[in-house]
Design a protein. Structure first.
Lengths: 212, 212
DNA sequence: TAAAATATACCGACGGTCGGTTTGTATCAG
DNA sequence: CTGATACAAACCGACCGTCGGTATATTTTA
C-alpha cells in the first residue's frame, strides 16, 4: 500500500472513531486519550495527522457537511421535479443523512456541547444556503414561490432548522417536536410565499406518519 | 454588613468580572486564574461561591436572560399598544439590552465560543417564548395575526434570531447583516400572518437608519 | 457581657488531567 | 545509503478543581 493511501485510511480511521466519540460523549468531554485508546494508535501518530483536537472536529464537521451538500446538490440538479418537492427533500435530507447523527437529537444532554453545534451551524448555513437558493429561484421562476429575499430566507430557515432539530440542548417531548416540525413546514411555506398548504400537503405525502 | 449580604455582593462581583471576561475573550479562553487576578480574590474563595467554571457561566446566562425576560414582560403587559409594535419591540429588546453584549456581535471570533451560545439559545427560547406567545395571542384576538402554531412560530423565530444576530461565528458584512434583518422582519410578518408590509413599516419608523 | 462554640467567608499550595511537543525509531521509495 | 513518511512514547506546561487550614462574623452559654 502506498504511503499516501495509508495516510488517508489512517486519517479516516481517526475521523470515524473521533466522530462516534464526539457524538456519544460530546466534543469537550472526549479526550484525545479516549481517541487514542479506542483507535489503538499513539499520540505522536495522531498529532502527525492532525495538528489539534479542534482540527479533527473541523474535519468531521466538513465531512458531514460534504455529505449534506452532495445530497442537496443532487436534489437541486434533478430535472423534472417541482421546486416545492425539491425544497422539502433538501431540508429533510439534512437531518437523517447520517444514521448516527440521529442519536444526536435523541441522546439528550450528552451532546450538549457548544463547539460542535456552532461549527456545524456555520458550516451548514454558509455552504448549504447557496444550493437551496437555486431551488428557491427555480420556484420563483416557476411562479410557486414569491419573495424578494430568497437567499436570506434560506439562511434564516436553515438557522432555525438547525437550532431546532439538531440541538440536544433544547430537549423536547416527541409530541412537541412533531408539532414544531409541522410548524416549521408551515412557516417555510409562508416565508417562501408558497400556496397555503402546498408544502404541508407534500410533506404529509412524503412521510405520512414518521413519528416513530 | 451581614454575611449573607456580603456573599451576594461577592457573588455578583465575580459574576460581573467573569461576564466581561467571557464576552471579551470567550468562555473557553477565559481561565479561572484570569477571573481571580482581575477580581483579586483567591481560588478557594471563588470555589466557595461557585462549584465550577460552568456554574459561573450558567449564572451569567441566567442573569442576562432575566433582564431580557423582564424587558419583554414589561412590553407584553403594557396596555394600549398594538400587538405588532409590541412584538417588534420585544424582539429588538433582545439584542441591545446589555451594552456590552453588543460587542459580542461585533467582536468577531472572540466570542465564537460554543458554550455561551448554546446555553443562551436554550435559555432564551425556553423562557422567552411563553412571553412572546402572549403578544402573539393578543395579535390573534385583535385580528392582526393569524396562525395555528403561535407558540411554535415564536420558538422558531427566536431560534433564527439568536443564531443570526447573536452569533460571532456567522461573520457577515454590515450590508449583508442589514439585508438579513430586513428579511427577518419580512419573514416574521409572513409567519405570523400579519398584513404584508405592516411590520416592515413599523420597524422602519422605529429605526429609520440604525446602520452601525 | 465576656468567653466559648459554631457558622461563614476566604486563602493558596497542591494534584491530576489533558492538549500538545519533542525526541527517537522503523519502514520504504529512489 | 538517504531522505521522507509514519508511528511510538516520554515529556511539558496550562489549567480546573480540591483540600487543609485561617480569619471574621454570629450565636450560645454561663
Amino acid at each position: 500500500m502506498k504511503n499516501t493511501e495509508r495516510t488517508e485510511t489512517r486519517k479516516s480511521e481517526i475521523l470515524n472513531i473521533a466522530e462516534s466519540l464526539f457524538i456519544e460523549k460530546g466534543y469537550i468531554h472526549t479526550t484525545i486519550n479516549d481517541i487514542l485508546i479506542k483507535s489503538g494508535i499513539s499520540k505522536g501518530s495522531l498529532y502527525y495527522h492532525y495538528k489539534s483536537k479542534e482540527d479533527i472536529l473541523d474535519d468531521i464537521i466538513k465531512r458531514i457537511g460534504d455529505k449534506k451538500i452532495e445530497a442537496a446538490n443532487h436534489i437541486a440538479k434533478t430535472k423534472g421535479i417541482d421546486a416545492q418537492t425539491k425544497f422539502l427533500q433538501a431540508i429533510f435530507s439534512l437531518n437523517s443523512s447520517d444514521d448516527r447523527q440521529a442519536q444526536l437529537t435523541t441522546d439528550l444532554e450528552k451532546s450538549s456541547d457548544g463547539q460542535m453545534f456552532i461549527k456545524s451551524l456555520a458550516d451548514i448555513v454558509l455552504r448549504l444556503a447557496p444550493i437551496l437558493l437555486i431551488i428557491v429561484e427555480q420556484g420563483i421562476s416557476e411562479g410557486v414561490f414569491t419573495t424578494v429575499y430568497p437567499l436570506e430566507t434560506v439562511e434564516i430557515l436553515l438557522c432555525a432548522a438547525h437550532a431546532l432539530f439538531d440541538n440536544g440542548n433544547l430537549a423536547w417531548m416527541p409530541e412537541e417536536q412533531k408539532r414544531r416540525l409541522s410548524a416549521f413546514i408551515f412557516i417555510t411555506e409562508r416565508a417562501l410565499g408558497a400556496q397555503e398548504g402546498s408544502l404541508t400537503e407534500l410533506s404529509q405525502m412524503a412521510m405520512p406518519d414518521e413519528g416513530e
